[in-house]
Design a protein. Sequence first.
Length: 218
Amino acid sequence: MRILTNSLVALALVSAVACGNAESGNPKTRYGLKQACIEYTITGDMFSGSETLCFDRYGRREAKYSEQTIKVMGMTQKNHTATFVDFDKDGILYTYDYTTKSGTKMENPVKQVFEENDAKEVGLEMMKKMGGKKIGTGTVLGKKCDIWEIKDMGTKTWLWNWINLKTETNMMGMKMTIEATRISESFDKKKLEKPNVEYRDAGEALKGLDALKKFQKH
């Protein structure tokens, strides 16, 4: 499970710095749309759930909501979280846990790279360093996507306007698919606002955490 999770983290990192676009005229923008809210379903051998990605200003302000269930060896872990970032404000990555009603914050690992380099060039370079190759095109929700494959991670990604609309992962016999089911180019901007709680430093919040307590037997 750790290997599969690490591959998804790597892909998320690529998406976070992936692309400048001609429409905005700013190489530090992330997506080819000014704003959108995209709903996803998660299916797989161990994973199930949903995600919603909402962004404005071509991705410089973003919120991602996630509800996931992970089943391993007869045990079940449920996560309901959201992350928020605004590169035009502080670039800090805020995470809110709806189960514990608590929040953490940390320096965004891509902030410096994102602000000091051409986002498109950085994203492509990262993809290639991980062994990524564009292998063709495909369609998700009627949108023509470039399909990128990273064989070492057992992953294929469908990108439209440098927005990830679909990811298929197959590592060590474990399969998972994250696929967009709806795209809305207008939405309530309140979705981009993080809950008004105290956000502790992530390093402090993780001290003494016993991960096994998150698991519940059937």
